[in-house]
Every structure is written in structure tokens, then in C-alpha cells.
Design a protein around this ligand. Structure first.
Ligand code: NDP
Length: 323
């Protein structure tokens, strides 16, 4: 078995700042569980902490989700036992072991592997938040989905189409366009063209009801200009950098648009919210509405290469780090 370690950085910067550091697992205190991790999901947010776009208290162990097998439980934990398979959101999952609160850990149902759980938990809950919690998607909606075959996108797109939403996908290459079509997109437009003009053409001049926008700085204007009056710009990511400030009057002038900038953790901060989201997510996985789509895996000790890959825009589906 691998000796315990974490991946840590002591200064912000490029992928090379992340170093493998030997570290013994922390024993669980009351209400906590110690997990030997099988897999950790890679998320774009991990790169924001590494570059300094989001503040991190140094030294910092990145990683926001993982799954594995319980090795020890702290005092007062009754619903999780040693040997259980669990998945969780948490801070510092670039590590062989993770110690965190039992209350928001999910016992994995049979038929869902630890790898699949680590691949979909954070990204699939994000798709659930976008489709059910912020603005309930309805049959007949037309939506713009940016980065449609990435980690979040490859779950959001088929889930939306299963709910009767017409999806116009925006992506960067022919290969990704073909994948977006296979996931259910009715149309695909390329991000290096005039997206809003093509959206108007595809919707008889009307525009879309909602733009699920994870690209940020580079997509902001196209999102705004693609919406119907009273349409929603759900700006949920910064893959190309943070969106420039915007005066509220712009939303009025373009037809009483709605702008929100959601963060998943506001939607799953209690055990009840977490269970609600997980029930929807695991239900969608089991029914085949969505699939885990693990596009690539990296040894956890090579986390820098994984960051290079996701930042280059070349990854598809979810990316796993394996301890
Ligand atoms: P992805 O797998 O979607 O990877 C990012 C994708 O963004 C790329 O593949 C590329 O897709 C697109 N992209 C466009 N411009 C750039 C650029 N300049 N550099 C790199 N990529 C670019 O990542 P994730 O699924 O992990 O995350 C998707 C987004 O969702 C991120 O912005 C993330 O921060 C956000 N997110 C937000 C959450 C929240 O709570 N608000 C929770 C989870 C994720 P293409 O080639 O198709 O354009």
C-alpha cells in the first residue's frame, strides 16, 4: 500500500508549485471519519486556488471531493462504519487519506463505484443545482450550455435534454462538437465565432431562456446578448478568467434579464440539502439519464500534469486523481 502523502503548495503559481509531501493521516475527532481514498475528483476550482485567483491559506492542500473506504470513525458517529464506501465534498482531498465530518458524507449505494462517485459528486451536484435549485428547467426551454463536454457540461447537457430542454452547445473543436451532439445537443456553435448572432439565427431571433455559463470572462457578452427578455444568465465559472464588473442597468436595457453567480456550497451546506442533491444525482446515474464519463485519470502524485491538462482545455468528461 502507498505510504500516506498529500499534494501541497506553499506559494501560488503554475502547476509546478504542487509538491508531494509525506504526511500521516489525521485520526478522526468526534463526529469525523477517516477515509483511505480510492479516487479524488479534479475540479477547475482547484486551479483557481493554485493560481491565486481564489485566496488560499498557505501551505494549502487542494481538492474538493473524493471517495474511498472508511478506516476509522470518531466518537458519536453512528451512521457510518469502518469498511463502508463513502463519497464527500471537502477541502484537501489531494491526499491518500481524508479526515472530515461524517454528517455530510454519503454512503455509496450498490452499483456506484468509488471512482464514478468521485467523478460525478461535485460536478453532478452542480448540474442539479443549475437545473433544479436555481431555476427549475422546464420542457420547452431553450438553453445555451458552455463547455458542454467537460466535467460539469457532460452531466448538465444530457440531464437538461432529458428534462425536455433544447440545448445549444458552445464549444471549441469539431471533436467536442461531435461529443456534444452525442450527449443530446440539438445544435452546436463554436466559441471563436459570433455566438450571439448564431443563437438568434437558431431561435428565429428570439434568443434563449437561460445561459449556463462556466467560461466567464470570454463568454460574458455572448451570454448576455443571446438571452430572451427575462432570460437568465447563470454565470457559474471562470475557466477563461473572472467576469468584468457589470452595471445592473445593462440587465434592464436588455429586457429585465436575471443574473446570478451561484456557488455550490450555498446549496449543499446542510446534511439535508446534501442528501436531497445526492438522491437526485444518484437517481439520474442509476436510471442512465447521465453517465460518469471519466475522460482521463492521473496518478495523484502527477497532479501538476492533471492541472496542465484541464487548463489547456483538452480534457473531456471528468478527470480523476488516483492515490
Ligand atoms: P471543464 O472540464 O468544463 O473544463 C473547462 C472547459 O472550459 C474547457 O474544457 C473548455 O471547454 C472551456 N474553456 C473555455 N475557455 C477556456 C480557457 N480559457 N481555459 C480553459 N478552459 C476553457 O471543468 P469543470 O467541469 O471542472 O468546471 C467547469 C466550470 O464550472 C469551471 O469554470 C468551474 O469553476 C465551474 N464550477 C462552478 C461551480 C460552482 O459552484 N459555481 C461548481 C463546479 C464547477 P470548451 O473547449 O468546450 O470551450
Amino acid at each position: 500500500m502507498t505510504d500516506p502523502y498529500v499534494i501541497e503548495f506553499s506559494e501560488t503559481g503554475g502547476p509546478e508549485v504542487m509538491k508531494k509531501v509525506a504526511r500521516a493521516p489525521r485520526q478522526p475527532s468526534a463526529g469525523q471519519v477517516l477515509v483511505r481514498q480510492t479516487a479524488a475528483g479534479l475540479n477547475f476550482i482547484d486551479t483557481y486556488y493554485r493560481t491565486g485567483l481564489y485566496p488560499a491559506k498557505l501551505p494549502f492542500v487542494p481538492g474538493s471531493e473524493g471517495a474511498g473506504i472508511v478506516e476509522a470513525v470518531g466518537e458519536g458517529v453512528s451512521h457510518i462504519s469502518v469498511g463502508d464506501r463513502v463519497a464527500y465534498l471537502g477541502a484537501g482531498t489531494y491526499s491518500t487519506h481524508y479526515t472530515g465530518p461524517a454528517a455530510t458524507m454519503l454512503k455509496l449505494p450498490e452499483g456506484i463505484s468509488e471512482e464514478d462517485a468521485a467523478a460525478v459528486l461535485l460536478k453532478g451536484l452542480t448540474a442539479w443545482m443549475l437545473l433544479f435549485e436555481i431555476r427549475r428547467a422546464s420542457p420547452g426551454d431553450t438553453a445555451l450550455v458552455w463547455a458542454p463536454v467537460g466535467g460539469v457540461g457532460s452531466l448538465l447537457l444530457p440531464w437538461a435534454t432529458a428534462m425536455g430542454v433544447r440545448v445549444i452547445a458552445v464549444t471549441s473543436s469539431e471533436e467536442k462538437a461531435a461529443r456534444a451532439k452525442a450527449l443530446g445537443a440539438s445544435d452546436v456553435v463554436f466559441s471563436n465565432t459570433d455566438v450571439a448572432a448564431q443563437v438568434r439565427e437558431l431561435t428565429d431571433g428570439e434568443g434563449v431562456d437561460v445561459s449556463y455559463d462556466s467560461v466567464g470572462k470570454a463568454s460574458a457578452q455572448a451570454s448576455l446578448n443571446s438571452l430572451k427578455p427575462r432570460g437568465w444568465w447563470i454565470s457559474y465559472g471562470n475557466a477563461s478568467g473572472a467576469v468584468e464588473p457589470l452595471a445592473p442597468g445593462v440587465l434592464g436595457a436588455k429586457g429585465s434579464l436575471v443574473l446570478t453567480r451561484p456557488i455550490l456550497f450555498s446549496f449543499v451546506s446542510t446534511p439535508d440539502e446534501m442528501r436531497k442533491g445526492a438522491a437526485a444525482l444518484f437517481g439520474a446515474l442509476r436510471s442512465g439519464t447521465i453517465q460518469a464519463n471519466i475522460g482521463q485519470t492521473f496518478a495523484m502524485s502527477e497532479a501538476g500534469d492533471a492541472h496542465r491538462a484541464i487548463e489547456s482545455g483538452k480534457t473531456v468528461g471528468s478527470t480523476l486523481l488516483l492515490p
